[in-house]
Design a protein around this ligand. Structure first.
Ligand code: BGC
Length: 425
């Protein structure tokens, strides 16, 4: 390892190095609105995979068989993280990490309206205790897009009057599960959920209705504000925020009027609009960063063709740097990178990606950005929503055909050594 140790000193000793997950993508055995949708649509998703995805996936022939198999679209047993969480936390430890992000699944706590499942509450209590026992800081997320079926049947977040049910869930979590927590993320990527579920309509509930999208967006703002209040009232020391999906949005031709205009508008709506509305109700900023997007003319996205991740996203890890600067300039709140990673089955780019991300963080820290943690997406290979199982985001590979065997990828071993080196600097 020939990195310059001087630059490493810039990371505060209290810096959190970790990985992220989300319940629906790894736990297995869930019964939420997304599970039902998968069961109803798996066949159709397999049949239309070619037409929907062949053009955007760089190596379609490698993934074709998986993408055209209906089983690919069923989250099912997940990677059995629900059962194997202790083993997984041991891996986190082995990777020299001191932080871990997960979600508390509402559909487990309240499978039927108003009826709490005590065993599920106990599960998450133990889960948090097992993290603490290993000196791993838990970052608990209260909503990663999945909802109890009864809530979705009532209209989900489309109805303002439904927010009270979310509040009741948050109140329950506040009472039962926050004793051992410091960090809570209330919502994951409201912009992505609203866009794909209600504007583009590819994800459940596939509404494709702009009015519904606007309602959901505003109701999520309301939901976050209420959750913030409930959590802070119960435990004022809690650090509460959201995980926002931010894109490094740039003008293709920096001096072109239209390219600039499109870029400014996209940045405002995609990156800042939601966070601006909850400015006074967030203790930190959670950033999920995956890609850069270049705009030209009127909202035309024209990205370079290499390097692309396995799902065809243009990869520019250093794009994290301008985002960190801007986030700090906008909000002046502590920042945690709550997700950052790539789909890379061959583990070809992951090490490079992490190396570049570390440099981007060092640069931001050197300019006074109050960055306090980095959580890689993801610890484990996981169920990738509309793509299903074939994209591989894990630092740790999981063989679902072979007893869910976990294998630490080479890039993750390198990352673990790098964390150790940084901590020693
Ligand atoms: C989501 C994750 C997802 C990742 C990669 C993020 O936007 O929060 O759930 O796995 O993107 O697609």
């Amino acid at each position: 390892m020939n990195e310059n140790n001087n630059n490493d000193k810039i990371f505060p000793k209290s810096f959190f190095w970790g990985a992220s997950t989300a319940g629906h993508q790894v736990e297995g055995g869930l019964q939420d609105q997304w599970t039902l949708w998968e069961q109803a649509h798996a066949k159709e998703l397999a049949q239309t995979a070619h037409q929907r995805q062949a053009d955007e996936i760089p190596f379609w022939s490698n993934v074709k068989d998986a993408a055209e198999d209906p089983d690919n679209y069923i989250s099912g047993r997940g990677v059995e993280h629900f059962k194997r969480y202790k083993e997984d936390f041991d891996i986190v430890k082995q990777l020299n990490m001191n932080a871990f992000r997960f979600s508390i699944e509402w559909s487990r706590l309240e499978p039927k309206e108003g009826k709490w499942d005590e065993a599920a509450i106990e599960h998450y209590r133990k889960y948090i205790a097992e993290l603490r026992a290993r000196r791993i800081e838990p970052f608990a997320n209260l909503w990663h897009w999945t909802l109890p079926v009864w809530f979705e049947e009532m209209g989900g977040f489309k109805k303002r009057s439904n927010v009270k049910y979310f509040e009741r869930f948050v109140q329950k979590v506040a009472e039962e599960l926050t004793e051992d927590l410091t960090f809570i993320i209330t919502l994951n990527e409201p912009n992505v959920f609203t866009t794909f579920g209600y504007t583009i309509g590819e994800w459940p509930p596939q509404e494709k209705n702009l009015i519904s999208a606007v309602k959901v967006y505003f109701n999520l703002i309301h939901a976050h504000k209420r959750a913030y209040k409930i959590l802070k009232k119960r435990k004022p020391m809690l650090q509460v925020g959201i995980a926002q999906q931010l894109a490094n949005i740039q003008a293709k031709r920096p001096h072109n009027f239209f390219d600039q205009l499109s870029t400014k508008i996209m940045r405002y709506y995609w990156n800042w609009w939601f966070s601006n509305r909850i400015r006074n109700q967030q203790d930190f900023l959670g950033i999920n960063y995956y890609f850069s997007d270049y705009y030209t003319g009127l909202f035309k996205r024209v990205n370079p063709k290499v390097p692309l991740s396995d799902v065809g996203w243009y990869m520019e890890p250093e794009g994290l740097y301008p985002l960190l600067l801007r986030s700090w300039a906008h909000f002046r709140k502590p920042i945690y990178i709550t997700e950052n990673g790539l789909a890379d089955a061959q583990d070809e780019y992951r090490r490079w990606w992490i190396e570049e991300s570390i440099v981007a963080m060092q640069r931001a820290l050197s300019e006074g950005v109050d960055l306090r943690g980095y959580l890689h997406w993801s610890l484990l290979d996981n169920f990738e929503w509309k793509y299903g199982w074939w994209p591989k985001y894990g630092l740790v590979g999981v063989n679902r055909e072979h007893h869910m065997k976990r294998t630490i990828r080479a890039s993750a071993k390198w990352f673990a050594a790098r964390i150790k080196q940084i901590n020693k600097a």
